[in-house]
Design a protein around this ligand. Sequence first.
Ligand code: CU
Length: 205
Amino acid sequence: MRALLALLIAAAAFGEAFAADLTVRVVGPNGAPIENAVVTFTPAGGASGPIRFSWPYQVAQHNLQFDPYILIVPVGAEVRFPNLDRVRHHVYSLTQGNRFELELYGRDESRTHRFTQPGIAAIGCNIHDQMQAYIVIVDTPHVGRTNMGGSTILSGVRGAGELRVWHPHLRARGGVTSRAVTLTATGSIEQRFEVQLRSADGHGH
Ligand SMILES: [Cu+2]
């Protein structure tokens, strides 16, 4: 039994040694980098163990905007929606699977909502039509958001799985495109996605 355990630990360590830093580059048809795309790698058979991220699970309302524009949280996360404005906001999502409504609340008040379905929640305000944000609810710890150069790095990924790219304006069902990948190399590897957006603006705000 002890020998078996040692073998399992050795196998796990061996596997870890073959993990790679995966750079994903997302570009438009003209090769222009696309910012604010959310990239996930989901191992075949699903990710195991609890998922935690270092950033706050929070979407503030500030200067009549949501901050941040895109928030990534693990499935099951409770997200805070503090109102830092002098006016009242009425936050809602109509996205199937992640519908909710936080009725009018004022300055220095906060509400919370727990997201139980992986996917997207498009967030709006009933009072201020220009307020928009997206919450990306993930069931894998391997996630990143593309920078101004259109790239993000997922570290420590290995094995077979699905690589997905989501962007609020991506021209595809659900705004998602994906491919199956098998990561066998060590060190740095790169995957490139060429996508089309619905509008000319790939930057959000
Ligand atoms: Cu509002």
